[in-house]
Design a protein around this ligand. Sequence first.
Ligand SMILES: [Zn+2]
Ligand SMILES: [Zn+2]
Length: 89
Amino acid sequence: MAGDKFPQRPGQPDCVGYLKTAYCPLKKKCKYHHPKNITPSECYVNAVGLPLRPGQPICPHYSRFGLCQSVLACKFDHSSTNASSSGSK
Ligand SMILES: [Zn+2]
Ligand SMILES: [Zn+2]
């Protein structure tokens, strides 16, 4: 699995939207630089690296399976849930 969905363009300005969210909707079509391993300034992540977005609905995948394939691109909230406390295990 290649992790470089976003183009590396050293010498070009950094993609502003990407710096904020670690996501760029243009992906490889974007002409700006997308540094790897950035820390998004407008989004915090939980213990497994999924974005916390207070005010957004809980991610349906995350609430169900405890994971999310969209990772930082996902627009839903991924707050920690203690679903196991309900004794469903
Ligand atoms: Zn971009
Ligand atoms: Zn999600």
